[in-house]
Every structure is written in structure tokens, then in C-alpha cells.
Design a protein. Structure first.
Length: 246
């Protein structure tokens, strides 16, 4: 008999099976997230759970950085009693610092209080009580984006100011032109009146000379006799036409 054929599929030995089983056993899974997440160490899983699932609102499923911020979120967004007090004008916006008892009328005044009193950075994400921390890597906003927004607003305001100044300048130019036109026309009329008599006097003398010359020419022409005396017209002729004597 010949040698036995070599099998095409290689089986797994015991060491590989034990290694795979230990790897699957050491993998931690989080099923509370919309997508199942896996973690290789318990520390990673614990950090994820404390960040994403400890301070979580059960009404809107938003996550918050601390239990105090979560309680502020519930007061400001889901507490009908606090909403009624807010409608009456009461101070219902609590400070982010747990030891501070200050309450403000609106979020903008709370923001100013946090910056002035507790030295919060101006680019802090002050809407954290409303939106939570889902999808954020930091509680600081993009400073460049804030500056770009301010620069756009400044350019828009400058464009409006320049347009208003241009319109005002056009209006003043139109008024000034309308006021100066009668003044110019009056000066022209005065100049015309002052200069009109001289041209009339200058032109009157040549016209009289021409008339005198025409009169003298007409009188001279009348004295001339272009037809000889030997030629007679009309009935005096023998043949009813011209008569000529040689």
C-alpha cells in the first residue's frame, strides 16, 4: 500500500482553541449603546459606562458630564413646576458650581456670572444643560469658528454702514446740484444781458452800409440805357416787332 494522502484542511490544536476562548472571554460588550461596543479591558469599559450611562436622562436619552448638570437639565427641560415659575419671572437657572446658590433669570446672565465669578472660559459650552455631551470631545467650543462668526458679523455691519453713507452722500450731491443750477443760470443771464448790446451795435453799422450801397447800385442801374435809340418796341414798328435802322 502507498502512503496516506495529506489532508487538505488542517485542524486546530489545543493551544489555539484555548487562546481564542480566552480572548472571547476577556472581551467586554456594551449593549446599552445604539451600536454594540466592545472593550478589551475593564478600565475602558468602566470609563465608557461612567461617561455615557451614569448621568443619562431617561426622558431624552442625553448624557451629561456630572450628576449636578443632569439635575439642572431635568429642572430646565422636563420640570413643569420650574417652567411655571420661569413664566412668572422667577430666577430658575442655577449655577454650574454645586456650592454656589446663585440663580439667574436667563442663560445669558448665568453665563456672565460663571465667567466673572467662577472664571469660566468664554468659549465654554454653556448649553451643556440643554444638549448634553453626546458627540462632543470637549466642553470647549471652537474659538476659530467663534472668531469667524464675529468677523462675518463685523463685515456685514461695515457693509451696511458704507451703504448708508453712500446713500447719504448721493442725496447731498443731488441737493447741492439742484441748488447750484439756478445760481449758474442767473450768472449766465446777467453776462448775456451785459454782452448783448455790444454785438447789436457792431452789426447795425454794416447793415446800413450795405443798404446804402444797394441804393446807389439801383440808381446807377436805372440811369443806364442798354438798348440803343435806333431800336423801338411796340406799335411804332412797321412789322409789329423790332425795327432796326442801319
Amino acid at each position: 500500500m502507498g502512503p496516506e494522502p495529506v489532508p487538505k484542511m488542517r485542524g486546530l490544536d489545543g493551544n489555539e482553541i484555548s487562546t481564542g476562548a480566552s480572548t472571547a472571554a476577556n472581551t467586554l460588550r456594551c449593549t446599552l449603546h445604539p451600536q454594540i461596543l466592545t472593550f478589551t479591558t475593564f478600565d475602558e469599559y468602566d470609563a465608557h459606562y461612567n461617561k455615557q450611562h451614569v448621568n443619562r436622562c431617561h426622558e431624552c436619552n442625553k448624557n451629561f458630564p456630572s450628576d449636578h448638570i443632569l439635575s439642572l437639565h431635568i429642572e430646565e427641560c422636563h420640570d413643569s413646576f420650574v417652567a411655571a415659575l420661569r413664566d412668572k419671572g422667577e430666577r430658575t437657572y442655577s449655577c454650574f458650581v454645586e456650592d454656589c446658590d446663585r440663580k439667574c433669570r436667563d442663560p445669558s446672565k448665568r453665563r456672565r456670572h460663571l465667567i466673572d465669578k467662577h472664571i469660566y472660559p468664554p468659549n465654554f459650552f454653556f448649553d451643556v444643560t440643554r444638549y448634553g455631551i453626546d458627540g462632543r470631545q470637549s466642553l470647549l467650543c471652537d474659538v476659530g469658528g467663534h472668531r469667524r462668526t464675529q468677523s462675518k458679523e463685523a463685515r456685514h455691519a461695515a457693509a451696511k454702514a458704507s451703504a448708508a453713507a453712500r446713500e447719504a452722500g448721493d442725496g447731498q450731491t443731488t441737493d447741492g446740484a439742484s441748488k447750484e443750477r439756478p445760481r449758474k443760470s442767473g450768472v449766465n443771464k446777467d453776462d448775456t444781458r451785459a454782452k448783448d448790446p455790444e454785438p447789436h451795435v457792431a452789426h447795425s453799422a454794416p447793415s446800413k452800409d450795405v443798404e446804402m450801397e444797394m441804393d446807389s447800385l439801383s440808381s446807377g442801374m436805372s440811369s443806364l440805357k442798354l438798348v440803343p435809340r435806333s431800336i423801338s418796341f411796340g406799335r411804332g414798328g412797321r412789322r409789329g416787332g423790332f425795327t432796326r435802322t442801319y
